[in-house]
Design a binder for this molecule. Structure first.
Ligand code: 26V
Length: 809
């Protein structure tokens, strides 16, 4: 397609007329957005069709990335970018008197994820399409994504995220490709035709309807698919049996109970609470997804015995790990394979990524609940477990070991163990994380299956997180070193020779200032708050969790505040501290931390005696679209988790790519960032892994020692509960208790001094602009290796064994 500006203008006007019978002056921004979205989807549709045709015709191996979460964000801007028509569109709309940026702002974020895990899935989809790997997403089309956050009187209030209220221009409903998923009932084993078969009785059948969204590759004709499933009753609106018996209420109840499966994303990424609805969600999309893969596969007339040569299924954390049993069920019961053949195919097909070692987040399901909801699946897991336990026993002849490694034990099914046993690859998401999995959390399994374990350090798509979100920086890079880096992000290193060049430094500085001014305007327009673009922008944006230590950041700020109060002449560069964080609705301590941040903000922001040297801003409703605004204007990136707790982090990489200086512990991928950029270009503080692990193991940490011996800490902590923050003393009593009486699980007090020193180093470094800019440029230059294109190359080569496919148009 040879799109010109004139053609786009006329297509757009026609679309607006066909959809809404409106001319431009009569149309709202919403309608303009919807018309433009529909048009862009149309521009991609031929490539989408051709991609599918060619994948099928050429029998290429395809990857299916199974994930409960895809935190996509907005699609208009990234689709225009990947189609290569951003400036064309901008110019065309400008001619029509429309500002593209304003139209982009109308789009609701697709917030179908909690945080890092869901956003990683979205970056991976973009990378697979952009480097030409036949890879698709499979997940749930939640009616409501992650809640919208409002701050009322300093507290978080959750509001349902009705993201579909204006429709969704990007998806295509494929009702003709619906799949039946069965729950509950009884399994009746029968011996027919010389083999055992399993018939189901009294089950509940649910219809899974797929909605497909095109995943457009960067200027390469590839358009992959994100398939999200929505639950409906089979007889559409009513349970006919109940209805005909006159039980109208029961019929309606059934309809709502089925629809509830795909109604809402669980907003808690901190602990499992064994809710049956969540298990239903998991089985629902996994079963529908695998059934639809098999259906498509069979159309290609290849034998099921070669399934694993053409299909890879990747499970994003344990949430879809039921895939192991479901693929076995379909191969055994539907395809009539022997156990051994089905097992070989299943394990060769499936690969698993672990994203957390936090104990509370490791999924396990009570046997009774599981068995009732999924009787046949349970039988299969029992058999997998039995065979596995036998193998372990044969190898070690050690019953304790068998017990420790069993998939089913103490009344629970351990989903991580099922995922490990049933897959051919297990990976962690950063070097340190993988080492901890191998040597500690999963050491038994590493010993048993040493070849399954591997590391794949996370990445981020540089298209969304640099080209789209920071066009000024991206253009300067291209002006300086050409545009090779766009296809090969490792080439960002070519700007390194300019890191000491004063002219280049000035340009980078000006861009950062410009971004900061734009954001300051946004903040003024939306929140009525004035912030100073000449202050250091210090940013911590991520989910609120004790291990991420937003409290350490607040303590650092309070310490600085008290120093300024004691010494009003203290010379520091003014700083604006930004926080953005959603707390899981049931995570009390996290919610109290939000209140604490807002309380400290109110106190300090209103204290004129410190001459505006500190400002604190809590950014409401942190989301992908807000991240795209704040990250390009950050000077300092806060990555301050307790070492060993953050599996990788991906925000850390986004900030680095946009030239922020990172203040970090040697946790997660911060370690690899430090290795890449060098010690001088990152500010490291805090305990290292051995120290943390030894304190944990030997229980030799006593937070009160630090409270008693460090007068700064004593002052800060006393002031939490003595009314000096202008709230009742009881308000933060639980945070106080957590830190002192309950011994500060994540070592905030222990790392405090080191953190304050690191912040002082930051202040000093920022004063020396040439050094700071040289550091900033080095960070950008070394960030290319963290493009998810590199990560996906490694998944493809080491795990999926997929080949790139050129789509011919
Ligand atoms: C866990 C749970 C547990 C219970 C129910 C709901 C739910 C939903 C999500 C999660 C995910 C927790 C794991 C997670 O998000 N890990 C993050 O993964 C990122 C991508 O690999 C990584 O960068 C972060 O460090 C890691 O915390």
């Amino acid at each position: 397609m040879n799109l010109t500006k004139e053609r786009l203008k006329s297509d757009f006007k026609k679309k607006l007329m066909n959809l809404y019978a409106e001319s431009i002056p009569d149309s709202s921004k919403l309608h303009q957005y919807l018309a433009l979205g529909a048009l862009v989807k149309e521009y991609a549709s031929e490539k989408w069709m051709d991609t599918n045709i060619q994948y099928n015709k050429r029998h290429v191996k395809q990857v299916y990335y199974f994930s409960m979460e895809f935190l996509i964000g907005r699609l208009l801007g990234s689709n225009l970018l990947n189609l290569g028509i951003t400036s064309l569109c901008k110019d065309a709309l400008k001619d029509l008197g429309i500002d593209l940026h304003e139209i982009e702002e109308v789009e609701n974020d697709a917030g179908l994820g909690n945080g890092g895990l869901g956003r990683l899935a979205a970056c991976f989809l973009d990378s697979m399409a952009s480097i030409g790997i036949p890879g698709h997403g499979c997940g749930i089309r939640y009616d409501y994504g992650l809640f919208e956050q409002r701050i009322v009187d300093g507290y978080q209030v959750e509001i349902p995220d009705n993201w579909l209220k204006n429709g969704n221009v990007w998806e295509v409903k494929k009702e003709d490709k619906a799949i039946v998923v069965k729950f509950g009932g009884k399994v009746i084993p029968t011996f027919e035709n010389n083999r055992l078969s399993f018939n189901y009785q009294d089950y509940e059948a649910v219809l899974a309807i797929p909605y497909d969204t095109p995943i457009i590759g960067y200027k390469n004709n590839t358009v992959n698919t994100l398939r999200l499933w929505s639950a409906e009753t089979i007889d559409k609106d009513f349970d006919l049996e109940s209805f005909s018996r006159g039980d109208y209420t029961k019929a309606v109840e059934h309809k709502y109970s089925v629809q509830s499966i795909s109604q809402v994303l669980y907003p808690d990424d901190t602990r499992v609470d064994g809710k049956i609805l969540r298990l239903k969600q998991q089985y629902f999309f996994v079963s529908a997804g695998i059934q639809s893969i098999i259906r498509r596969y069979k159309k290609g007339n290849l034998p099921m015995s070669r399934f694993d040569e053409f299909i890879a299924i990747h499970i994003n954390d344990t949430h879809p790990s039921i895939a192991v049993a479901e693929l076995m069920r379909l191969l055994l019961d539907e395809e009539g394979m022997s156990w051994d053949e089905a097992w070989k195919i299943t394990t060769n097909t499936i690969a698993y990524t672990n994203h957390t070692i936090m104990n509370e987040a490791l999924e396990k399901w009570p046997i009774e609940m599981f068995k009732k909801l999924l009787p046949r699946t349970f039988m299969i897991i029992e058999e997998i477990d039995k065979r596995f336990c036998n193998e372990v026993n044969e190898k070690y002849n050690d019953l304790q070991k068998v017990h420790d490694m069993a998939i089913i034990s103490n009344g629970n099914i351990k989903m991580a163990y099922l995922a490990i046993v049933g897959s051919h690859s297990v990976n962690g998401v950063a070097r340190l994380h993988t080492e901890i999995l191998k040597n500690r959390e999963l050491s038994n399994f590493y010993d048993f299956y040493p070849d399954k374990f591997n590391n794949k350090t996370n990445g981020i798509t540089h298209r969304r997180w640099l080209i789209k979100s920071n066009p000024k920086l991206s253009n300067l890079i291209t002006e300086t070193i050409g545009n090779d880096w766009i296809h090969n992000p490792n080439k960002l290193i070519d700007i390194l020779p300019y890191s000491k060049n004063p002219v280049f430094q000035k340009k980078i500085y000006d861009i950062k200032q410009n971004n900061k001014m734009d954001f300051a305007k946004h903040v003024k327009d939306h929140y009525g708050i004035v912030i100073d673009p000449n202050s250091i922008f210090d940013v911590q944006v991520k989910r609120l969790h004790a291990y991420k230590r937003q409290v350490l950041n607040i303590f650092g700020i309070l310490d600085l505040y008290y120093r300024l109060k004691d010494n009003p002449n203290l010379e520091i560069t003014p700083r604006t501290y930004f926080f953005g964080a959603k707390a899981a609705p049931g995570y009390y301590l996290a919610k109290q931390t939000i209140k604490l941040i807002n309380t400290v903000a109110a106190k300090i922001n209103n204290d004129s005696s410190i001459n505006n040297k500190i400002k604190i801003l809590f950014l409401e409703n942190y989301s992908v679209s807000l991240a795209e605004k704040i990250i390009p204007c950050a000077d300092v990136s806060e990555q301050i988790s307790t070492t060993t707790k953050e599996a990788s982090g991906t925000g850390n990489m986004k900030f680095m790519m946009n030239g922020a200086i990172t203040i970090a512990t040697l946790d997660g991928a911060n370690v690899e960032m430090k290795d890449a950029v060098g010690n001088d270009n990152i500010v490291i503080f805090g305990m290292e892994k051995d120290e943390v692990m030894s304190l944990e193991k030997n229980k030799t940490y006593h937070s009160s020692d630090y409270y008693n011996s460090d007068s700064r800490l004593k002052r800060i902590i006393d002031n939490l509960v003595n009314g000096s923050l202008n709230v009742p003393p009881s308000e933060f009593a639980d945070i106080h208790k957590y830190l002192i009486a309950n011994n500060d699980e994540y070592f905030v007090l222990k790392d405090f001094d080191s953190y304050v020193q690191a912040q002082n180093r930051i202040d000093k470094l920022y004063k020396d602009r040439a050094t700071w800019m040289q550091m900033s440029i080095s960070n950008i230059a070394h960030s290319g290796i963290f493009s998810s294109d590199n990560t996906i190359e490694q998944y493809s080569k080491d795990i999926w064994k997929t080949k790139k496919v050129d789509i011919n148009i």
